[in-house]
Design a protein around this ligand. Sequence first.
Ligand SMILES: Nc1ncnc2c1ncn2[C@@H]1O[C@H](COP(=O)(O)OP(=O)(O)OP(=O)(O)O)[C@@H](O)[C@H]1O
Ligand SMILES: [Mg+2]
Length: 155
Amino acid sequence: MAMYEKILVPLDGSEPSNHALEHALSIAEKYKSKVTLLAVVPRVVLPVFPDEGFGTAPVTAAKDMARYQDKMKEIYENVLKDAREEVSKEHPGIELETVLKEGRPSATIVETAEEGEIDLIVMGSRGVGGITGWILGSTSRRVVDSCTKPILIVK
Ligand SMILES: Nc1ncnc2c1ncn2[C@@H]1O[C@H](COP(=O)(O)OP(=O)(O)OP(=O)(O)O)[C@@H](O)[C@H]1O
Ligand SMILES: [Mg+2]
């Protein structure tokens, strides 16, 4: 039986995650692995003051938030679409699945890996956030902390 039958690649459109995809594809070529590309649309939380509740300002804000959420979904859909096109062009032999979910990226990545009988996660060290000088972003750090699966972190 192959060592890596199913590889999970979480994508956020960042350069490190694209590098991760390249590594995953070269492993997949070697081991004839199935590859799952996962993008997680982070959920926006509406800030509401406990003593003010939903006044008119928060209602307007809620509309903007909904618009923002839709836009985010579109962006992550495109990340998957672009990656899919690239993979089918460059690696037509690789069996590919794309999954779009909504939620907290780290928890959703871990959940998807644990549920999907994933043998290897290949992800970027950093993502589109990138405001601190840490080597790992909060998503990759949380996944490394809490997932039982083997993980390859790519810079
Ligand atoms: N929303 C997401 N959907 C899928 N994969 C993601 C998502 N966010 C991050 N990842 C994966 O996690 C890797 C590391 O990103 P991470 O979010 O940890 O770094 P960051 O964005 O620089 O930091 P932070 O989010 O803490 O500001 C990415 O390269 C990608 O593989
Ligand atoms: Mg991030």
